[in-house]
Design a protein around this ligand. Sequence first.
Ligand code: SF4
Ligand code: SF4
Length: 345
Amino acid sequence: MRYSKLPKENFEAFFKSLEKWGAVYGPVKRGRIYSFEKIKDPNEMSLNYTRTMIPPKKFFVKPRERILRLKDGEWVEECDEEKKVIFGVHSCDINALLILDKVYLSYPEDPLYKRRRENSLIIGISCMPDELCFCKSLGTDFAMHGFDLFLHELPDGWLVRTGSVKGHEIIWRSRELLQEPNEADLENFRKFEDRRIKSFKKELDAQGIADLFDLAYNSDVWKKYEELCLGCGNCNMVCPTCRCYEVCDLWTSPYEAERVRRYDSCFMETHGLVAGGHNFRATRLDRFRNRYYCKSYFDPQAGFNCVGCGRCDEFCPAGIEHVKVLYEIARGRSYNVPILQRKSA
Ligand code: SF4
Ligand code: SF4
């Protein structure tokens, strides 16, 4: 891994140099939430954000998009070709994109996803956990792969890790803005990391959780959550690793049509509905349980299907906490964490 230092006074010039690569998107504050949006001035960004409501997944699989258009009897592929720099991505979201890569880039590859991944530069940024983050328990609090550059905060600038050939090219083109880090910078980096690791308040003992789940299929705890859950699907919409979508063809005129792909939610009653009217997840209990089995399924290569970002906790209107459910189900006992203090506007 190559390390460089970006002094604070060169940050703006570095940001401007990225615009030569593509349109820059970064985290901005909108009322109570953060969101990745197109940025013109680096001062628009809130780099000390906690989490965006919609994860960076939206750049690669859009919530709703036309993927084909029927014109003059031919289906024509639709894909934006915009080159993008996604600035300020947290480690958990970088690791989530690696999980999505395993889905969308395995045979048969999704050509839209692939092209967008190739046309994007990912610039990570270090962060401090809040009371909802449990990424450390899942090993996703630090990114070793999946980014082009990664910025770690220093008192007088940023320590920059280079993670790809594209990242090396950016560093080379901006070399007059960068310095070699000295021993004090590396010590600051180590101290920041030490502080960050000790700041986690929420932990999940993930050891053997997939096996413990097998024993809990008929647990009464599912019934309790069936009553609490509103079935709104918010947790799916904000999750960086959820990837269910539906595809439908819509007529736009007597001779033209479009094929639309949009996010789907396993909490919707129609999600398990198949031809003939059979629904293989007919009750809310079935659907609630399904999500937890899906997230806790352990793949030795990809790990869990959850990166511990805390979004599903923050945006669940019923106040359901992911880690609390996992403990209650897997261990068969309650998990005594205080009910989360929701942030006020
Ligand atoms: S399940 Fe919840 S905590 Fe895990 S990745 Fe999805 S939104 Fe984040
Ligand atoms: S966000 Fe909460 S209430 Fe809505 S479906 Fe998910 S668990 Fe249920």
